[in-house]
Design a protein around this ligand. Structure first.
Ligand SMILES: Nc1ncnc2c1ncn2[C@@H]1O[C@H](COP(=O)(O)OP(=O)(O)OP(=O)(O)O)[C@@H](O)[C@H]1O
Length: 478
């Protein structure tokens, strides 16, 4: 990584043609870099901090000293508009940058921007703008950030397909009609997804629910721009660790297989949609209702608060909605106690077929996950590493509102809840729940934000190790 021992490196160069002195500061403890330049002919100074920088790209082989620095700047037009992109795209032309800066910010050889030409073939590029995700910022982020960057990086690249969602079915239909047939024909596809976890999981389900994957099937690769509410995958893979809304990750990341789990339900289970006003049958895999997930499968407090907060009114509050719904679930406004969820929970440890029973009949929280964070700062599984494919179980009993709140607060404090004696935490291969609840409200299961209601006396089984059907683009230097 170049001359990183030097905490400060100077060069004489130019910014947009004006002579300057560059100074690169590198704080060894925080690993933050900052590029400062002092103009020679005016008193003006410039400054770029690491978190705002997308990449440094060489301009042309014939001008080896020239680099285009791509970065983001705050969007002055936000002014309380929850649909506005928080940042906008900017670039400048820099000549004779400090070498350590170039070494750090120039995408490496196997980074995905170049990977778009996989084995010499130019892949089909698709951009999916999920307008219903999060608080509705995706369209503005497309215009102010991604489109602006594409026009800068490859002005001739008009050969992408642009898709806007118009309903909750758009991504599934697009996958069935375009992504799957093309993948089956062996065509490499790069998909830039402006959505939360839901968009990605819709693609995973549509790909896996087809029995029609051919021998030539070629995994699409997906870059996520985190535009959802929780953005669990983006938070857990470092995509949100800078201010570039996933653009640095897009230019600097490499492909990694996306681990997936399957969730099988007893007959009669229904997917709830449209604020639970609609019910849909699930995909039938050899006679068993099945859903696939890449983030989380839960029952108890987590599933209830995701289900209860998935309304138009709650969604306006962004990620706050989860905490608002948690308060209502733990301290109900009718002064009743937090619910204890009745059922039998068992699990299989990795490389064992024996079912281990959780020794209690009433539960507060039962959650299996492949990721470390369910939303920014909510570290539900601190041992989980980015895309490690390990399913982990977090569970505790009916501790009452205050007990559950204590553990949740510890999860917001870096994941300390797993050290609390009241909380069970371990790697598993499978989880089974047999429900003993009469009221359907307490038989709701969450799979990556989707809610499935299980029939009375029914069960659910979660299994890790499903064949991976797509690659995620991840910058592993995070
Ligand atoms: N134009 C639209 N009209 C109706 N529904 C839409 C539209 N666009 C997207 N959706 C649906 O809205 C949901 C958004 O889910 P997504 O996960 O992307 O965002 P989120 O739920 O806010 O974030 P997260 O899952 O990260 O917490 C998906 O179910 C998607 O199908």
């Amino acid at each position: 990584m170049g001359n990183e021992q030097s905490s400060s490196q100077k060069t004489e160069g130019k910014v947009d043609g004006r002579p300057v002195t560059f100074t690169l500061h590198h704080d060894e403890s925080s690993q933050e870099r900052e590029l400062i330049w002092q103009e020679h002919e005016t008193p003006s100074k410039g400054r770029l901090t690491e978190k705002d920088i997308i990449a440094a790209l060489p301009v042309h082989a014939q001008v080896p000293d020239d680099y285009s620095i791509l970065f983001v700047a705050p969007n002055e037009a936000v002014d309380g508009d929850t649909k506005a992109s928080p940042v906008v795209f900017r670039s400048l032309l820099a000549t004779k940058l400090p070498l350590a800066f170039i070494h750090h910010f120039q995408p490496t050889g196997n980074a995905c921007w170049q990977l778009r030409a996989d084995n010499g073939k130019i892949p089909n590029l698709h951009i999916v703008v999920s307008s219903g995700s999060g608080t509705g910022k995706a369209e503005d982020v497309w215009i102010k950030l991604l489109k602006a960057m594409l026009e800068h990086v490859c002005p001739k690249a008009d050969s992408y397909a642009l898709h806007f969602t118009s309903s909750e079915h758009t991504v599934t239909e697009l996958t069935r009609e375009v992504f799957l047939p093309q993948a089956n024909e062996g065509i490499t596809q790069a998909i830039i997804l402006l959505s939360g976890d839901g968009g990605l999981v819709d693609i995973v389900n549509a790909l896996l629910s087809s029995s029609l994957r051919s021998k030539r099937y070629t995994k699409p690769n997906i870059s996520m721009l985190p535009l959802g509410t929780g953005n669990a995958l983006a938070n857990s893979t470092g995509i949100t660790s800078d201010n570039t809304m996933g653009l640095r990750n897009l230019l600097q990341g490499i492909t990694k297989p996306l681990p997936v789990f399957s969730v099988h339900f007893s007959p009669g289970a229904r997917l709830l949609a449209n604020e639970a006003r609609e019910e849909h049958a699930l995909h039938n895999l050899n006679g068993t209702a099945t859903v696939y997930g890449a983030v989380v499968c839960s029952w108890g407090l987590h599933a209830s608060l995701v289900a209860d907060s998935d309304t138009h009114e709650y969604r306006k509050h962004g990620a706050e909605r989860f905490q608002m719904a948690a308060k209502e679930a733990l301290y109900p406004s009718d002064s009743s106690a937090a619910h204890g969820y009745k059922g039998r929970v068992s699990f299989q440890r990795p490389s064992s077929k024996d079912w281990v029973k959780v020794e209690r009949d009433t539960h507060g929280y039962v959650l299996a996950t492949l990721v470390s964070q369910l939303e920014k700062g909510f570290t539900i599984s601190p041992a989980s590493k980015s895309l490690d494919g390990k399913l982990r179980l977090i569970h505790f009993g009916d501790l009452g509102g205050q007990g559950a709140m204590d553990l949740m607060t510890q999860a917001y404090g870096g994941g300390k809840h797993v050290e609390d004696k009241r909380c069970g935490y371990e790697e598993i291969a499978a989880l089974r729940i047999d429900f003993d609840e009469d009221d359907a409200r307490w038989r709701r299961v969450c799979v990556d934000g989707k809610i499935v209601r299980v029939e009375q006396g029914g069960w659910v089984e979660v299994r890790s190790g499903v064949e991976t059907v797509l690659d995620l683009i991840v910058d592993e230097r995070h």
